[in-house]
Ligand binder design. Structure first.
Ligand code: NAP
Length: 289
């Protein structure tokens, strides 16, 4: 039972809620920033059963709540969306929330995955979006993460996007739900569909520890192309290794995880943290344990 107050001597308290929650690296990230910035605050994992999720999120705006806000992970992002009084444009488009905060007695929700994705590219591959908006982009996968990335890419002015998913109907649903002008290509056409692409994003779970490898021939990509994987365990996926062998720029998924955490921390603890090499090294150390 959590009895800590929102503020006062004990400092603001935030959470990450999911089911299960033990795998989450968010406490490590936020506690690193709290210590680094010398902030008297708290960030705790909350194991939240699906049946309790809506009540938990709705209770956050009550004055008695111990929390100033928190992060939401699987499987609660849609439930948190439903509990919010106010939503950012991205959260509204995506129908899913990963960051909550209380402001003027109302529960606010944002989805920071897309912002984390572009901030990671900005840091790891500066200039990645400096070409024309018609530079071809290929996104593999049509799950929740793909939706966030597609919205973020359009927000950045990249509009020539091919979406490829094993289950084509799911890609068509994404196109319809988001109302984006996407070029949908079948999974078995994925190799040829890379021709001339300047950015390739893997949002499938292929290549993750315990999953099969992503089978894709990168030969058709533009020679200056960037290849990025959302997967960060392992950090150097077979896709990224293949990209580097071909002399392409390769960006791993860890930075997205770190950057998506920045807006929440800034809201709760009133200080903007930085994604540093120290933080990266700490999380990599944890992933390698
Ligand atoms: P999701 O909703 O479950 O989507 C999974 C995607 O992978 C679907 O497109 C699915 O295709 C595809 N897939 C799964 N097995 C496949 C196979 N054998 N062959 C071809 N395609 C396959 O998951 P998500 O939430 O979007 O997450 C996707 C990945 O991104 C995960 O690896 C997750 O860890 C990672 N991620 C990373 C970050 C970060 O901060 N770096 C953030 C969010 C997610 P179907 O539709 O055909 O099933």
């Amino acid at each position: 039972m959590i009895t800590t107050r929102k503020s006062g001597n004990l400092g603001p308290r935030a959470f990450v809620a999911g089911w299960p929650i033990t795998h989450s690296r968010s406490p490590l990230i936020h506690r690193h920033w709290l210590a680094e910035l010398n902030i008297a605050g708290y960030y705790d994992p909350v194991a939240l059963e699906p049946d309790d999720a809506l009540d938990f999120f709705c209770s956050l705006a009550e004055p008695a709540s111990p929390f100033v806000g928190g992060n939401v992970t699987l499987p609660h992002k849609q439930t948190a969306f439903r509990a919010c009084d106010q939503l950012t444009d991205d959260a509204r488009k995506l129908g899913a929330v990963n960051t909550l905060w209380v402001e003027d007695g109302a529960l606010h929700g944002d989805n920071t995955d897309g912002a984390g994705f572009v901030a990671n590219l900005d840091q790891q591959a500066p200039g990645w979006d400096h070409g024309s908006g018609s530079d071809p982009v290929v996104v593999l996968g049509a799950g929740g993460a793909a939706r966030a990335i597609l919205v973020a890419l359009f927000n950045r002015g990249l509009t020539e996007i091919t979406l490829i998913n094993r289950t084509k109907s799911r890609a068509l649903d994404v196109k319809a739900d988001l109302g984006l002008d996407l070029n949908i290509v079948s999974w078995d056409q994925r190799h040829a569909a890379l021709a001339g692409a300047k950015l390739l994003v893997n949002t499938t779970s292929l290549g993750m520890q315990g999953s099969p490898t992503l089978d894709i021939d990168l030969s058709g990509l533009a020679k200056e192309a960037i290849v990025t994987d959302l997967i960060y365990a392992p950090l150097h996926t077979a896709l990224l290794v293949q990209a580097k062998e071909k002399g392409l720029r390769a960006v791993d998924g860890l930075g997205m995880l770190l950057h998506q955490a920045v807006p929440g921390f800034t809201r709760w603890f009133k200080t903007r943290p930085h994604v540093t090499d120290d933080l990266r090294a700490k999380i990599i150390g944890d992933l390698e344990r």
